[in-house]
Design a protein around this ligand. Structure first.
Ligand code: FAD
Length: 486
């Protein structure tokens, strides 16, 4: 793109980084000067779709980004209020002629951005939207017929073929933009980075920390210690063998191209199990693209099951069961430990997300949307596409989902993926002394031993809220009535 703007704004949203940022790179190519802006939206920040961990993560990341810009003599123009009004006011004040931003596939964001674009254009600004958040855009990986994929395996095959034919390496946006960043004085006064408490959220030392430097350090640690053994270790919550990069991918403190290409370079030099580990991890990044493109082609999934027959599932909303699931007091250690991990750290291991989602929707017959909303407010990585995809997969209502008659047995899941009980003991003090053979079914401990190990059922730890065999049968009946004859 020829240099046609004396000054452009880069409107940052879920891309809180300078490196490998497509909008920033395009703005640098097209402009003599650049200013970076972020708009705080009070109704969103105080509303039901965000919770403390993600708000804290975004504020952390904004602080780190601002520091980085200040080190280069510039600043982050941090605004608060109505998106188009704030951006137009800033553009007028500094005489910017164009706005560059990276697209967000969340249907609410799409609707909002259409309105913002209209208002910016009406104010005489050019607007350029870029694909950045996903490796391949929603229309880049389609079937021969032009239809979107709704099954992951063929999607991944096609994704791989496109990757081989047309890779998108990381973009050197920081290098291109650095010399063009508008001076701090010229940007003028902007808001301070807020605290979560300013919008009614309690902060916690235990939530994931934001910022690009933190993302890079997690990636380095994962490459050093985990990626080669990822295929074997990723399902064991006590081993912590995954990258923990999800909140960073959500806020965009690291670019997806950087991750895919780091993994590809490593895979090219790897053999055997190590190669399998890297390919499996890359496959998870492709799942992320897969769910993102589903949201674009089937935006109804944000509110409705993908499988239409699933609208007939007779869910039950029982406050006692809901509270037990939410608070981690179901009496099934792996479910409870998982919910405690979520409630206290703002993150949950993938295997555990599948277990608690299956338990809520199948054992307790809860509507997956209630669980999805709860995750949305308690995860630092809360992301509509992945969260909805995960819940619809677990509850058998989604595309390429678990079959409805698959009902995880929480005891066996615990015994398989946390065999010595290290994870559940770390989360639930009452289980600390319980021997491994009982730790995932403490209610089977003889009463004398319950007293000896400090885990008296009904006093120190709850009895199971439902019987597994009965709950399984009930779930298969109820789900089968809606989905069984499709
Ligand atoms: P790693 O194992 O290191 O994987 C690397 C990256 O790949 C992740 O950071 C993530 O961006 C992506 N990824 C991994 N697994 C998946 C997946 N199944 N679907 C889509 N992307 C994936 N992920 C979110 O980012 N936000 C959510 O709100 C979310 N909600 C979920 C809800 C349920 C019920 C389930 C079953 C899964 C959900 N996931 C969600 C997917 C997955 O659990 C997390 O991405 C993963 O646990 C994050 O940990 P990590 O970064 O260490 O992952």
């Amino acid at each position: 793109m020829a240099q046609r703007y004396p000054l452009s704004l880069v409107w940052l949203r879920r891309d809180l980084r300078l490196d490998d940022n497509v909008a920033l790179r395009r703005a640098a190519e097209a402009s003599e000067w650049i200013a970076c802006a972020f708009v705080l939206d009070p109704p969103l920040l105080r509303g039901p779709r965000v919770g403390p961990p993600i708000v804290q993560f975004f504020f952390d990341s904004l602080g780190v980004l601002r520091e980085r810009l200040r080190q280069q003599g510039s600043d982050l123009a941090l605004l608060e209020g109505d998106f188009s009004g704030e951006l137009v006011r800033l553009a007028r004040r500094i005489d910017a002629r164009a706005v560059f931003y990276n697209v967000d596939y969340d249907p609410d964001a799409v609707a909002r951005d259409e309105g913002v674009e209209r208002a910016l254009r009406a104010a005489g600004l050019d607007v350029h939207a870029q694909t950045d958040h996903v490796y391949f855009g929603a229309r880049d990986v389609l079937q021969e017929s032009g239809k979107p994929y709704t099954v992951y395996t063929p999607y991944r095959r096609r994704w791989n073929a496109r990757f081989d034919a047309e890779p998108h390496p990381p973009v050197a946006s920081e290098r291109a933009a650095g010399p063009k960043l508008l001076a701090r004085d010229a940007i003028g006064a902007t808001c301070e980075v807020p605290r979560p408490e300013d919008y009614g959220h309690a902060s916690s030392e235990r939530y994931p920390r934001g910022g690009s430097a933190q993302a890079k350090s997690l990636l380095r640690a994962f490459l050093t210690d985990e990626i080669d053994t990822y295929a074997e270790r990723r399902n064991a919550p006590a081993l912590d063998g995954t990258s923990h990069l999800s909140p960073h991918l959500r806020a965009g403190t690291i670019g997806i191209r950087t991750l895919v290409h780091t993994a590809a370079k490593r895979a090219a030099a790897a053999r055997g199990a190590s190669r399998t580990g890297i390919d499996t991890w890359t496959g998870e990044l492709v799942w992320r693209d897969f769910y993102q493109q589903l949201l674009v082609h089937f935006p109804r999934v944000a509110h409705q099951p993908f499988v239409e027959a699933a609208t007939a599932i007779a869910y039950e909303r029982d406050e006692r069961r809901w509270n037990a699931w939410r608070d981690g007091t179901t009496g099934y250690p792996i479910v409870d430990a998982a919910m405690i991990q979520l409630n206290t750290t703002g993150w949950m291991h993938n295997r555990l997300r599948m277990i608690v989602a299956s338990f809520y929707t199948k054992h307790l017959l809860g509507d997956y949307r209630d669980g999805e909303r709860y995750f949305e407010r308690h995860l630092a990585d809360a992301d509509l596409a992945a969260n909805n995809g995960g819940w619809q997969w677990s509850s058998s209502t989604g595309t390429d989902a678990a079959p409805y008659f698959r009902v995880f047995n929480p005891t066996l899941q615990g015994e398989k993926f946390d065999p010595d009980g290290a994870f559940v003991r770390a989360m639930i003090p009452a289980l600390v002394k319980v021997p491994s053979m009982y730790v995932h079914q403490p209610w089977t401990l003889p009463p004398l031993l319950q007293a000896e190990y400090g885990c008296v059922i009904g006093r120190d730890y709850p009895a199971p809220i439902v019987d597994h065999a009965e709950a399984r049968k009930r779930a298969i009946d109820v789900y089968g009535a809606a989905l069984g004859r499709r």
